[in-house]
Write a protein that binds this ligand. Sequence first.
Ligand code: FEO
Length: 397
Amino acid sequence: MKPIELASGIYSVGAVDWNARDFHGYSIWNGTTYNAYLIIDEQITLIDTVKKEFVHELITNISRIIDPKKIDQVISNHTEMDHSGGLFEVMSFIGKDKPVYCSEKGLENLSRHFYQKLNLKSIKDKDSLKIGKRTLTFLETRMLHWPDSMFTYVNEDKILFSSDAFGEHYAGPERFDDEIKDEKILPHAKKYYANILLPYSPLIKKLIERVTALGLQINMICPDHGIIWRANPLKIISAYAEWCEQKPSKKAVVVYDTMWHSTAKMAEAIVAGLQNAGIYALPMNLRTSDRSDTIAEVFDAGAVIVGSPTLNNGLFPTVSDFLTYMKGLKPKNKIGAAFGSYGWSGESIKLIHRELEEMKFNMMDADVSIKFVPDENDIKACFDFGEKIGKKLFVSF
Ligand code: FEO
């Protein structure tokens, strides 16, 4: 990724990871980027670094603009290793005595990541740093999505360096929002929100209110992943304002796995029943659907119906994995139900029910379980079950 001048003296200098397909368990079918930014002023400033393996690309990009050793200071908006993994190498190259500004929690994290001595300087919410003709203002955004997270705002250029927020895992030839169609990029942004930011939705709501109250004018949003929002930064802010509400839609997702096709037959009948009630319903077989793609569908659904055969008196492993993953993401405002086929003991249905209840789903009164292979009557029962859930979802609007 060649450096690009975003505004006079402000450059995007990060790296593109075309080949990444997994981001700690989240599938990234289009790769990703590790964005970093360089500001040429009296104090030359680098905002964020990159994953350790991409330091060479970062340094090469900076070298196309200035001698990297001329960098005076680094801002670390976020200490997760895709942005700070290369920090020690970068500081070793440009001078370890130079200051690295970060939040107080960032200082704790970086100390625990590297142990080697860096010149870490903590800053507080709304602190500012004059770097010449420009002033940087820092906004702490705790738990968005780590305790250390913060934004850096360039007062004069009205550019917001937003760390992980407003990003997406997408590597492509496009670098800006005006170079890519909404229908191509927003699904990536939505999947990113669903898999990374969803549990922090109440904080995102507060953050948007806070930024609005501060009257912060934003000409450009530069996240640490994916495209830069320069034509219409409000578009991604508005999308976040909508997503953080977690309003359910007339959509249902039937998430399941199956051993000998019985639970699959049940899933298909439930989907048919939901569709008959006028609901947009999708089956997601966890053997072929990745957990993070499944969550992206679950995110805006009004009902989630989870099915598992019983294996060794418990859940099928993929279903157990999915429930654990979904629980951590704390989805809200969903109708829930369980189903499954079993041979003799049938614990899986009760286990799913309990998990969904713990996630505060609005559970159906009864679930559906079937011994061995469903017959015609059983399939009809599954269809009716789907239709009943659909009707309940329909009237809840
Ligand atoms: Fe892109 Fe939280 O790291």
